[in-house]
Design a protein around this ligand. Structure first.
Ligand code: FES
Length: 140
């Protein structure tokens, strides 16, 4: 099966460097009591369809990928490919998929199901609530 890929050169894939950056404003999000809360006003990266940020640290139990899909919905994924390298994921423009940044390019649909590559399992997707400018997700 053919798939489209994120633009990564071989060395970026060997090193597992994702396309998606951490947010410019690190205060755009918080995590407490199992709940991630993100102020969309402080995360301009998520304004346009295809925009994404990765969240790490601040006692988060998992790395998190947040993106505004080309389906015009917000998505929150555990940012950990289920293949053995457990590399980070990036949305792939124009495909409604997210893809591992490694050489093997395991690829998942917006439900987290694997559609390509060696990954043995789906990736975890968290339920998202948007209330005004606040996005929240229970991370468990
Ligand atoms: S770590 Fe994702 S395909 Fe290997």
């Amino acid at each position: 099966m053919g798939i489209k890929s994120s633009k990564r050169n071989f060395f970026q894939r060997i090193l597992g460097l994702p396309v998606t950056s951490e947010p410019k404003d690190s205060n755009c999000w918080s995590y407490s009591g199992g709940k991630l809360v993100l102020d969309l006003n402080k995360a301009p990266e998520l304004k346009k369809p295809g925009g994404a940020i990765r969240l790490e640290g601040k006692d988060l139990p998992e790395r998190i990928l947040v993106f505004f899909g080309e389906d015009k919905k917000y998505h929150v994924f555990r940012n950990r490919c289920s293949h053995v390298g457990h590399r980070r994921l990036d949305p792939v423009p124009g495909t409604n998929t997210v893809q591992c940044c490694s050489v093997s390019k395991s690829t998942y649909d917006f439900s987290g199901n694997k559609i390509y590559g060696p990954a043995p399992h789906p990736v975890i997707k968290y339920d998202v609530t948007v209330d005004g400018d606040k996005l929240s997700a229970k991370i468990s």
